[in-house]
Design a protein around this ligand. Sequence first.
Ligand code: PMP
Length: 405
Amino acid sequence: MDYEKFFGAEIAGLHREGRYRVFTDLERHAGKFPHATHHHAGGTRPVTVWCSNDYLGMGQHPTVTGAMHEAIDRCGAGAGGTRNISGTNHYHVLLEQELADLHGKEAALLFTSGYVSNWAALGTLASRLPNCAVFSDSENHASMIEGIRFSRAERHIFRHNDPEDLNRKLGLIDPSRPKLVAFESVYSMDGDIAPIAEICDVAEAHGALTYLDEVHAVGLYGARGGGISERDGVAHRLDVIEGTLGKAFAVHGGYITASEKLCDFVRSFASGFIFTTSLPPAVAAGAAASIRHLKASGAERARHQERVAKVREALEAADIPTMPNDSHIVPVMVCDPVLCKAISDTLLDEFGIYVQPINYPTVARGTERLRITPSPLHTDADIAHLVEALSTIWGRIGLRQKAAE
Ligand code: PMP
């Protein structure tokens, strides 16, 4: 086989469909978020970032960066091993305590990333529970899908955010079998929110374990940043709450929180937990500082919500089509992959605004979008600039469409 020819042809296919991924080479500047420098072939340019998952700007918070500096000075760079063989640092232990407390659970377990936590925890639970049937929301993230697939357990997809469909599907399974319901709280691309209490009602009625991904909600919702499950007062009803340390907490890593026994089980059997070097101590220290700060302070959350509302209002006033939802994610709908990429390129090249285009397979074909994530650090001037740029581009598209008619 001509391997190079094969790779080239596959990549050419992505180009043809307008979904070849081009990375934007950014230099973030602590103290200046959301403003950054874009390195490109012709040099550099200043940009305003509108698509970061550092939702609250905690990545530049002096409490977080200070904790990381201090931990590096104390412990050095890396953890020095897997958790089992010399790589459990006291910072990991403290962080796991912090996370268990955040979600009101007995225990927590750290992973290399949110992706790995879903893959490893779901893969382990679903493969080791004898004859387990997994019920997975149709919009679940790739990391959950891969974990379930890896487990080889029987998988049932229930309609997105639909407890009735879940109930129907659970009802078809032998009641004595172990069952696992996996879903998210805030869905990352549409920004819609799960009816957690109703899903828990259904799962409870069928004796199923519940596994909730709160990756896009931790730090952002609830009085202490415990996510939608805290906001809705249902954290105690979930068997597993999974989250990331890389988005609102703005450092890196993933975790699950659950009962002592469930965490011990995953700790003891998940290869994706056991056979890998643990997080650098400074990462654990920074994440713990970020969580502690956001447990005590609601100011970032309040300002975040206010900014989100302001962006939405301004876009609506300018007739830019957004998808309505009750979260902090503002999808601007383009519904064409080539146009979506072209708009993103124009925003960057002409206006110094960076919003990555979101195309298939991250979202369904025909629903391509710009996923805008306002932060507490975006100013009124930043918002006005974004809306003006989008209005200008929308005007041009409208003119082009009229000319084509
Ligand atoms: N779950 C969901 C819903 C996500 O959107 C993501 C990341 N985009 C992850 C898990 C993975 O988290 P991490 O980035 O920490 O690997």
